[in-house]
Design a protein around this ligand. Sequence first.
Ligand code: FEO
Length: 442
Amino acid sequence: MQITAKTLNRRNRVKSEGNEDVKLLNCKLYTVMYKPFEIKENLFYVGVNDRTKHLFENLWPLPKGVSYNSYIINDEKIALIDTVDICYADVFFNKIRSVLGDKQIDYLIVNHMEPDHSGSVELLKTRYPQIKIVGNSRTAEMLKGYYGITDNVVVIEDKEELNLGKNNLQFYLTPMVHWPETMMTYVKESKTLFSADAFGTFGTLDGGVTDIQLNPERYWDEMIRYYSNIVGKFGSPVQAALKKLSGMGIETICSTHGPVWTQPDTLGKVVSLYDRLSRYESENGLVIAYGSMYGNTEQLAEIIAAAAAENGARNIIMHNVSKSHESEVLRDIFKYRGLIIGSPTYNNKLYPAVESLLSALQNRNVKNKFFSFFSGHTWADGAKRELKAFAEGMEFETICESVEMKQSLNRNVMENAYALGKAMAERLHSGDAVIPHKTTCH
Ligand code: FEO
């Protein structure tokens, strides 16, 4: 156990309380916190949990927190793989010392430069001035741009290897998963992949690190939310990376966020989830996302949902976009094949929160959906105009029974809403593949 100022402060505080049991308990807790966690022989976890931050990238809520993962390979040469958010540098350095003591680190492998992983690089370099920083040419450019680091940078090429002793690291460039410099590091001897953001998820590592110690069920929905929000735009690069990694016989995945995946069933599920999501493949189900100022558009959404359910649709998820966070709406849209969006007209345009959602879907090139829409207006139907243009611009199959409501629900509008819900349920039920840019009428 490393003795730090924090340890001494804690000990002094406990001592002054004069309670021996409390003192022992506190010291034991502290020891456990910094006990090195060995994932497998000479591979240690030195990442941290963030339960403080409210918004990831200052955008996406973190109800279950997030981890920034970092790993040490303690071989003849010592390699540290990625660092952590600078807010956690203190804990991070103490964890490194708990594994290495006063030993030096030979290499820092930078798989990804986004500051949640590179944030502690500059400080690390002041503590380990001889450390060599390994990355590709894009990494080198970013190290210079972000931190002014130009010395002791080792630039590697795709599939180049670095020998640590018993372990050989092989580097795979995987640009745009999630930034252009992103790469992965594979250890052939232990069949371990350090995958950067790929296969990551929101959610802290509570009490353990691997999928044996943790309950994987806690992470699946957060993994879809993480993928759809953070990586969702980069489906093609993710597919290219998966192709590059195929046949490597990976037995352990060490991502930069979330659990270390070691078990064949969970490992298979993680890879298949990323594969499916990056191909925009989804489950049978329907998301109805709507804005509503005074409840009329919402009533329309209710009728559509009830009609869809009555005609066999299941997994119907309704989101009032003024209340549901966009990250949850995106998660469910990535998850389910049917999508109906509704909006009242606002300043002769879309309702602002709906406009934001459409922009997020365009930004992520979302495709492979059965889609339709409904709109409301009082004197000019700007929402309908923009929803129609959106539908035409996306690789969706559009169900033609869209619904237009002027001022309030009347019998005719209700019948049209029922027809839309029924048509969507039938299309979902058909088992047919989505035909992009096709309009289907019932
Ligand atoms: Fe977790 Fe793209 O950084």
